[in-house]
Write a protein that binds this ligand. Structure first.
Ligand SMILES: C[S@@+](CC[C@H](N)C(=O)[O-])C[C@H]1O[C@@H](n2cnc3c(N)ncnc32)[C@H](O)[C@@H]1O
Length: 301
């Protein structure tokens, strides 16, 4: 045994290992929702945080954070998640307006887009995550009597294994166009699981389909171990993100998609901060420096 407490990356529930990261995003969305200059609104987010003993005392309003926006976690990092939510809300809605009616959220976590976005008629949202996360989410949403604005299908699956059957068995149709999202997911997966995921998205999509995902370009994540964001997250929530991220070599998924004929573009979060006039900007020792948001379209006319 070593002296450091191991975090179990493999626990099934939402309240341990990688499942806890879903709460981090939920708390950030709650804070974003009630900002005066909010970029995205998710009124369900705070209920997830309050319902779980592991995080029930985390702040869900920036006013409850003593240093306010000066807090690297609940200020800058939470704003990052708010911006990411808004940018990917826009991506999904823009994409379904061009025709696809199937939306697949990979590593959906506590995402409530099925409940809060105004989808065109006939849309179906498939939420893929581990069973424990989806069960917790179901319980909270049921207690709130929340009603989805779209047909919603939950797909319990481990994205490190063969998840394709789980999706096609519940009605996903590979012959019809689809829109896919992997938000805050890929860096938790081993490289081969990411390669498999991208291969499967390519195999399960027709022309007119789209995919957005978040990637990290850093070759050595440990360089940022002492960055304000990671340090504050460790100290204020006990979540050691660097421990949870997969440390193996990363595939070049954007390049792989381009080689498969997809048209891809890559942006930094800071590009969107400038576009929206709010959000994080670069700073020294910045754990967000290598984050990229990739948008890929399959043979879009
Ligand atoms: C940081 S959260 C992001 C959740 C959501 N996409 C969002 O942005 O709100 C990461 C999510 O990925 C899920 N996840 C991580 N590894 C997974 C795996 N091997 N199989 C299925 N889901 C996984 C976790 O359970 C968690 O819900």
């Amino acid at each position: 045994m070593t002296g450091t407490a191991p975090q179990q990356t493999d626990v099934e529930g939402v309240d341990g290992g990688v499942g806890l990261t879903a709460f981090l995003v939920a708390a950030a969305r709650a804070i974003e929702t009630y900002r005066d200059d909010s970029l995205a609104q998710d009124t369900y987010a705070e209920h997830f945080v309050r319902a779980a003993p592991a995080c029930a005392d985390w702040p869900v309003r920036i006013q409850r954070v003593p240093e306010g926006d000066g807090n690297p976690l609940w200020g800058r990092f939470a704003r990052y998640f708010g911006l990411r939510t808004r940018v990917l809300d826009d991506f999904l809605l823009r994409s379904v307006r061009t025709g696809p009616r199937q939306v697949v959220l990979l590593g959906a976590g506590l995402d409530t887009r099925a409940f809060r976005l105004d989808w065109p008629s006939g849309c179906e949202v498939f939420e893929v995550d581990r069973a424990g996360v989806l069960e917790f989410k179901h319980q909270v949403l049921t207690d709130l009597a929340a009603t989805p604005k779209v047909k919603r299908v939950t797909v319990p699956a481990d994205l490190r294994a063969d998840w394709v059957g789980a999706l096609t068995n519940v009605g996903f149709d590979p012959a019809a166009p689809s829109v896919w999202l992997a938000e805050g997911l890929l860096f938790y997966l081993p490289g081969p699981a990411e390669t498999y995921l991208v291969d499967m998205v390519d195999r399960l999509t027709t022309e007119g389909s789209a995919l957005a995902f978040e990637a990290k370009l850093e070759k050595d994540l440990m360089l940022y171990r002492d960055s304000p964001i990671y340090t504050a997250t460790r100290e204020q929530t006990g979540i050691d993100l660097l421990h949870l991220f997969d440390k193996g070599p990363r595939p070049d998924s954007a390049g792989d998609l381009t080689a498969k004929g997809w048209s891809t573009s890559m942006s930094t979060p800071f590009d969107f901060t400038r576009r929206h006039g709010r959000g994080p900007l670069p700073e020294p020792n910045d754990a967000l420096e290598g984050n990229r948001w990739v948008f890929a379209y399959k043979s879009r006319p």
